[in-house]
Write a protein of this length. Sequence first.
Length: 124
Amino acid sequence: MKNYFNETRERWGDTSAYHEHQEKTKNYIKKKWSEASDGLMVVFAELAACKENGASVDSSEAQALIAKLQAYITSNFYICTDKILAGLGQMYIDDVHFKKNIDMCGEGTAEFVSEAIANFCQEK
């Protein structure tokens, strides 16, 4: 985790979202971090199930889950604007650590989530 936090600080340490994240999570204890991370993975698992059930990235189900993902990030970490969400969507497939983690929910989930996010942000 220390390497992940160092990488995050190096990549986004100068952004307002990073500073907001630091402020919002400064009092998180280990249990709260675990709950927040687990909740995020639940949303990814729901997106994996959506994909496995044959839904397209632009389906109402997939788009509702992307809205849920955005709201979850905002509630637990920082305000996840559409611009930030679009960046996250790209990062989910470009960063091997994120891709591997998300694909634990099912092979191809990261790609599905990325495409669904792109659709979500484009439609707004």
